[in-house]
Structures are given as structure tokens and as C-alpha cells.
Write a protein that binds this ligand. Structure first.
Ligand SMILES: *Cc1c(COP(=O)(O)O)cnc(C)c1O
Length: 357
């Protein structure tokens, strides 16, 4: 973010000069630009990615009495956002290689109450929304994409976030497109869904009369953040390319090692680069102590192992649990390059050898 400081300063100055502060031209401009970038008809800026999930559900009329299927290997916001709509949740198993929902497990989890499937493009890897969409069609379900980690990721040239009935994006600072604070968007091609999402972000108002048509909160994309996001959107292709280049270097350097690597998928944007390694905690400590390299864990425990979600129904989730206990996220931020990257690759290779016994 620091290298784009000049453009961000201009955006902030412009918004202060405009003096709108809430909604108005900056938000509309970013919504138009982001929808055009994705190849979708509408983007509706909201307060966070979690709120984007909730608002997408409510805009589609899914809530109390409905059951939603999603993965347990995801950020808490996916599940919190679904549950805040009033719907209930059933976790389905992930595929060991893609780490995303296994379409067969999703189909097996469908019940008469199932209303929707939430496909999470985990770590910026496009998940199999084509197969999930076919299942959704077969059972009359709604498909929603959680694309909070996958801004710009593609499947056969088409951007993720345009495959389902609606998609949720987050602009949390670490995401591929990040603001300087919280933000999110609901993306859809359906004008009725976009209109309801706009009403749902502002007290249930659905027109200039400012009359509340239904119960709704206040969850708007901040205008200052929208102006900053407009300034950063043109840099997304560059930063995504830098992540992809780092991932390519990792993939070729680690191919002979005793670890599970992310799938090499065309169109991935590598929000995270997570390797699965049995002695995960030992390796993290080794990298910190020997090389000063900070790593992260996404996500452990898995959601179904966390108190808030422990009562929810699910089949046994051995793949999810095995990944949750083994995944370690290596540095992949866009600025990473040159000697620094070579040093990390060298340290990780040595660390895996040292910690593997
Ligand atoms: C970050 C994230 C969210 C939540 O977004 P917030 O803006 O933090 O509320 C939801 N789902 C996934 C997959 C995420 O990575």
C-alpha cells in the first residue's frame, strides 16, 4: 500500500474537497468501475465482506428456515455473514487438493431445506463454481460466491464473482484489493437483487422518499474508502501478477519437497500461498527463530471446531481437519521480490528438511 501513497493522498484530498462523506459520487464511481472490472452489471458497496454475505442473502430472500451449505475451511466472516441472515448452516467437506468445497460432498449434503450454496474461492484459487452451479441448478438452489480473497481471479478468462446469483467481496486491507479500513461489496447481474442490497445497506430505504420498507441496518461502503479503492483498482493487475510470480517461484522450488503445495491453477491470484506440512508448528518456529520469517495459519481450528459454530450439522470432515492442522501460509505480499524471495525459499527448504523428521 505504501508505494501507492501518492495516488491514495490525491484520492483522500479529492473526497475531502467534495465534502460528501457518505455514499454519493465516490461510492457510485467505484461501484461502476469495480462492476466493469469484473464483468458484472452491479456492485453495491457495503461496510465489510461479512456484511456483503449477509446482505446478499437477504437481497435474495434467503433467511430463517433456510439451510445453506458451505465450507468449514474459511474465514469466520463467511459463516457469521450467513448466520446473520437468519439462515442456518451445514458444513460440507473440502477436496484435499483444491481445499475448496468438494462438489460431491455438497450434493450429498443437500436436504429439502437447503436453499443455497456458498462457494469460497479460498486463498485466491478459483473453486469449481461450474460444478457447484450445476448442482445448484439441479436442486433449485441459489449459488453465492464468497470472493473475498479472489479479486481478479478467473476461470477460462471470466472473473470469479460473476458465476453465482450474487457474490460477496471484502476490501479489508490485506485482501487482493484492500482499502485503508473496512469495506465490502455485493456483486450481481440481477437488478432486483442490486436494488434490495442498496436498500439493505441504508435502513431499508428503497427510494428518494427515505421511507423504510423493511428492517435493515446501516452498512455502507465509506466514501473515503471508495475513493481510495478507485485509486487502487488500476494497480490490482500488477499486484496480482506479483503474487502469481512469487507463487510460481515457490511452486517450482518446493516441488521436490515432502509438502502438499497449492494446486497450480490458471487464473488463481494467490491471496495466500499455503503449504500443508505435518510438523507445521515446528516449521513456523524454525522459520521465525532461524530466519526471522513470519508465517501465518489460515484457518485453525476449522469453523466447525470453534464454539460459535459447534452446534451446526455436518458430516465428518477429515480433509478439512487435516488441512486445518497442517496449513501454513508463507509470505506472498506483492512487494516480495528478488533477494528477499530467494532467501525465503532457501529458508523454507532448509526448514522443511530440518523439521520433517
Ligand atoms: C475476509 C473474509 C471475509 C470477511 O470479510 P470482512 O471484510 O473481514 O468482514 C469473508 N470471507 C472470506 C473468505 C474472507 O477472506
Amino acid at each position: 500500500m505504501k508505494r501507492f501513497r501518492a495516488a491514495i493522498d490525491v484520492a483522500i484530498g479529492g473526497e475531502i474537497a467534495a465534502g460528501t462523506y457518505v455514499l454519493g459520487p465516490a461510492v457510485e464511481k467505484f461501484e461502476t468501475e469495480f462492476a466493469a472490472y469484473l464483468g458484472a452489471r452491479y456492485a453495491v458497496g457495503v461496510g465489510s465482506g461479512t456484511d456483503a454475505v449477509t446482505i446478499a442473502f437477504r437481497a435474495l430472500g434467503i433467511g430463517r428456515g433456510d439451510e445453506v451449505i458451505t465450507t468449514s475451511l474459511t474465514a469466520a466472516g463467511t459463516a457469521q455473514g450467513i448466520l446473520a441472515s437468519g439462515a442456518t448452516l451445514r458444513f460440507a467437506e473440502v477436496d484435499k487438493a483444491t481445499r475448496c468445497l468438494d462438489p460431491r460432498a455438497v450434493e450429498a449434503a443437500v436436504t429439502p431445506r437447503t436453499a443455497a450454496v456458498v462457494a469460497v474461492h479460498l486463498f485466491g484459487q478459483p473453486c469449481d463454481v461450474v460444478a457447484l452451479g450445476a448442482i445448484a441448478d439441479r436442486y433449485g438452489l441459489v449459488l453465492i460466491e464468497d470472493a473475498a480473497q479472489a479479486h481478479g481471479a478467473t476461470i477460462d478468462g471470466r472473473r470469479v464473482g460473476t458465476f453465482g446469483h450474487a457474490a460477496a467481496f471484502s476490501f479489508y486491507p490485506t485482501k487482493p484489493l484492500g482499502a485503508i479500513g473496512d469495506g465490502g461489496a455485493v456483486v450481481t447481474n440481477d437488478p432486483a437483487v442490486a436494488g434490495r442490497a442498496r436498500a439493505l445497506r441504508t435502513y431499508g430505504w428503497d427510494g428518494p422518499e427515505r421511507i423504510s420498507r423493511f428492517i435493515a441496518g446501516n452498512s455502507r461502503l465509506d466514501s473515503l474508502q471508495a475513493a481510495i479503492l478507485s485509486a487502487l483498482l488500476p494497480t490490482l493487475e500488477t499486484t496480482n501478477r506479483e503474487r502469481v510470480m512469487t507463487a510460481a517461484a515457490y511452486l517450482s522450488s518446493f516441488s521436490g519437497l515432502d509438502v502438499d503445495l497449492p494446486m497450480q491453477k490458471a487464473g488463481a491470484v494467490y491471496h495466500q500461498f499455503a503449504i500443508a506440512f505435518s510438523h507445521r508448528d515446528r516449521l513456523r518456529q524454525w522459520l521465525m527463530d532461524r530466519a526471522g520469517i513470519a508465517t501465518a495459519v489460515h484457518y485453525h481450528p476449522a469453523l466447525h471446531q470453534q464454539p460459535a459454530f459447534a452446534e451446526l450439522n455436518h458430516e465428518p470432515l477429515p480433509n478439512t481437519e487435516a488441512l486445518a492442522s497442517r496449513l501454513i501460509s508463507l509470505p506472498i505480499e506483492p512487494e516480495l521480490a528478488g533477494p528477499n524471495l530467494a532467501r525465503i525459499i532457501e529458508a523454507v527448504s532448509s526448514g522443511i528438511a530440518a523439521c520433517g523428521k
